[in-house]
Design a protein around this ligand. Structure first.
Ligand code: ADP
Ligand code: MG
Length: 725
């Protein structure tokens, strides 16, 4: 689409797609999960005994023997080929934050030179992609390029249909020859296991019949959609994910008319198509709506077990981008693609569920259940209190730095919101008084000293980074483009660590002869006292909170290099090591990889700022100066006075000059940062010495944008990208 004046006359109408036809759309339940090799499919296709062994492998985390793996592989191949798949791939999540896949054809040569499709248990279970081009942060010596992908049977294999063909994808872990995790899934799976054990330890007190506790995740996903022609015409969006320039549109989000507004036809058509693809992959998308910023949207699934939910969220992002392209749109997942309007995040709804269908963060109907609820709740508060910086590190990226604390997303301070009633319950618990059940919604406890607990917490605080919302926590500070495995594994680990500590403390009280209830109350009182500083009920966006949090000693690291230190803290490294989620080497490798990633992100942006200034904006300004110059000469020759136009020429020349001079200074700073060897120093230099140049250059260029003829501005404008579709 041409941009400029022309574009405004050629706004597109809804793209044609199968689902926009007038025919009745097929029932979702008829095709939901049709591209998933899940338990249901396996039950149909596998011998009974093999199916039972697969079930065990999934539920108990047991290894599948080769014979069973062969049977599964054979059934999987037949199923996938029937669906048109010619290739398979081990689908994994390296430390780049995205997914990776290397496709292999099913074919193998036979002795007579013909080909035959094969897929063995060995091929399903393990593969050996060259790992040398993936970040390892020093975990893999360069001469040892071997990396292994290993099948994760707890996340079902699926078929990815693309216009070019269908591929069988097997979710896998990715480890080095030495057994170190080179991916995000491996630590996530370890954290799920350690949390399971720790939570079962608490459930033992309550004679629970649960055999398994797992973290659950429902990830609300925000994103922008713009016309793909605009996207392609913006080098900054294309290469860095965000607009590095752009004068604000006269209308932005100030009228607050986009949130929950009527969905444009073209977007709606995209959404239904995208959802249909997700449904085929067994992704239970439930909600769709317009978000606050113009052309910003959200989708949310029904929650699932965390490992599957994380894989599904990766797929949601991938499928969304592919389907958008089919509709001539670009889906932007970057955290802050446009200055001046809201950025995008993920809201990670997280809880603990049992195999018996109980939610451990649901206040129960009996005093016993509520005691159990309070143990879990207070342990989580304590975990966030003790590991705030680590939690902050788990969501740190150059993109998310633009969001956190920008009056649209929670600040970089990690705090917990509990709601007024629950806060009162804990305060009373600490003081040792019984909370009066004034509200009929409160479930009376029936045991003195332990307050009643509300049945349904309907309190809402949209500004808190970590809010209790009745039966789950909502971790809202996660960036839109993130691989959720990292924040979820971090959360799982810190909570598991605290549940283990809590149990130790309760056991110590019991050993001293305290009755169970008194022992629990004593421990909870202590834990709450130690950690209530992390609880905050007010407006997290306010300046007062920043001051107050400082007084309370809560970390407030606004930049990624500073926040990432959370991964390198001694207590973080020790915790991950003690719980066998990450070895110290693995922890340090992640710290290094993420610092490097940050430096590279800013480096790319710096190069773009320089290149776009020099090759797009300044030339456009020079053309206009020449045009103005000749028109001013003509006016002068005719004896017409034109002081305003002269001022315009002067303004254009000055802005172009300061942009160009700024670009030169930026390039000097960039080269200096780039030359540094130490990764910590390098990331810090990009943050402190390179990035600050961007704003000044942008200010000059954005001013030029408002001076130059609209039709000759070399890139699409905000008002076009955010309003024309
Ligand atoms: P909101 O008011 O924030 O939109 P919803 O009740 O609509 O809250 O839920 C938002 C998300 O929370 C959904 O993805 C939903 O599936 C998820 N969710 C609900 N219960 C749980 C749970 N126990 N564990 C994890 N996620 C959950
Ligand atoms: Mg929500």
């Amino acid at each position: 689409m041409p941009h400029g004046v022309l574009a405004e006359m050629t706004a597109k109408t809804a793209a044609k797609s199968p689902s926009s036809s007038s025919a009745v759309a097929p029932k979702v339940s008829d095709y939901y999960g049709c591209n998933v090799f899940g338990l249901e499919t396996m039950k149909l296709l596998l011998p009974k005994e093999t199916y039972r062994r697969v079930q065990d492998a999934i539920q108990k985390g047991e290894r599948l023997d080769l014979e069973a793996a062969n049977a599964v592989a054979s059934a999987m191949k037949t199923w996938a080929m029937q669906k048109g798949a010619t290739h398979y791939c081990h689908w994994f999540q390296p430390l780049t934050g995205t997914t990776a896949e290397k496709h292999d054809a099913f074919i193998d040569l036979t002795s007579d030179g013909s080909v035959l499709e094969t897929f063995t248990g060995q091929m399903l279970a393990q593969a050996e992609p060259d790992a040398s081009s993936f970040p390892s942060g020093g975990l893999r010596a360069t001469f040892e390029a071997r990396g292994y992908t290993a099948w994760d049977p707890t996340s079902p294999a699926f078929i990815l249909e693309t216009p070019g063909g269908a591929t069988l994808c097997v979710p896998t872990c990715f480890v080095s020859y030495t057994g170190h995790a080179l991916d995000t899934k491996t630590p996530l799976l370890r954290s799920i296991e350690v949390l399971n054990k720790a939570a079962l330890g608490i459930l033992e007190y309550f004679k629970s019949d649960a055999k398994k506790v797992f973290s659950t995740l429902g990830a609300e996903q925000e994103y922008f959609l713009i016309d793909n022609e605009y996207f392609k015409a913006r080098p900054d969006l294309l290469l860095s994910g965000r607009t590095l320039f752009g004068a604000a549109s006269p209308k932005g989000q100030q009228l607050e008319d986009h949130y929950f507004g009527a969905i444009k036809d073209r977007v709606f058509t995209f959404m239904t198509d995208f959802e249909a693809e997700a449904f085929k992959l067994g992704i239970p998308l439930k909600t769709r709506h317009n978000e606050v910023a113009p052309h910003q949207f959200e989708c949310a699934p029904i929650f699932e077990e965390a490992n599957v939910a994380v894989d599904h969220n990766q797929l949601v992002m991938d499928v969304m981008k592919r389907v958008a392209t089919r509709h001539g749109l670009a889906a932007l997942l970057y955290e802050k693609p446009f200055a001046g309007v809201n950025g995008s995040g993920k809201h990670n709804n997280w809880s603990l569920g049992t195999d018996t269908g109980k939610n451990l963060l649901s206040p129960g109907a009996t005093p016993q259940e509520n005691l159990q609820f309070l143990i879990v709740l207070v342990s989580i508060v304590k975990a966030v209190h003790d590991h705030g910086l680590l939690l902050r590190a788990s969501i740190a990226s150059s993109g998310n730095d633009h969001r956190l604390g920008a009056n649209e997303a929670p600040p970089a301070i990690m705090s917990v919101f509990l709601g007024a009633q629950l806060t009162q319950v804990l305060e009373d618990l600490e003081k040792g008084v019984t909370t009066k059940a004034l509200d009929p919604e409160w479930i009376p406890f029936g045991i003195d000293k332990i307050p009643p607990v509300l049945k349904d917490n309907t309190d809402r605080n949209r500004t808190s980074p970590f809010a209790f919302t009745g039966n789950k926590f909502e971790f809202r500070a996660v960036g839109a483009a993130f691989n959720n495995a990292v924040p979820v594994a971090t959360l799982n680990t810190i909570v598991a660590g605290q549940l283990i500590e809590t149990k130790k403390e309760i056991d110590a009280e019991l050993k001293n002869g305290k009755p169970f209830k008194d022992a629990v109350v004593a421990v909870l009182r202590r834990l709450y006292k130690q950690s209530k500083g992390v609880c905050f009920e007010g407006n997290n966006y306010s300046a007062e909170w920043v001051k107050e949090a400082k007084k309370r000693g809560l970390p407030n690291e606004k930049t990624t290099p500073a926040a990432l230190k959370g991964f390198a803290l001694k207590k973080s490294v020790e915790l991950f090591d003690r719980l066998r989620v990450l070895t110290p080497e693995e922890s340090h490798s992640r710290y290094h990889i993420l610092l490097e990633k940050y430096a590279k992100d800013i480096d790319i942006e710096a190069k773009l700022v320089c290149e776009m200034t020099t090759t797009l904006f300044v030339p456009a300004a020079a053309d206009y100066q020449a045009q103005l110059g000749s028109s001013l000469s003509a006016a002068k020759a005719a004896g017409i006075k034109t002081p305003a136009q002269l001022a315009l020429l002067r303004g254009v020349a000055q802005k172009a000059e300061s942009a160009l001079a700024g670009a030169a200074a930026l390039e000097a700073a960039r080269a200096k940062a780039d030359a540094l060897d130490d990764v910590e120093a390098k990331a810090a230099a990009y943050c402190e010495n390179v990035k600050p140049h961007f704003e000044k250059i942008r200010a000059s260029v954005d001013a030029l944008e408002l001076l130059l003829p609209s039709a000759s501005w070399p890139v699409p404008k905000y008002r076009e990208m955010l309003f024309l579709m």
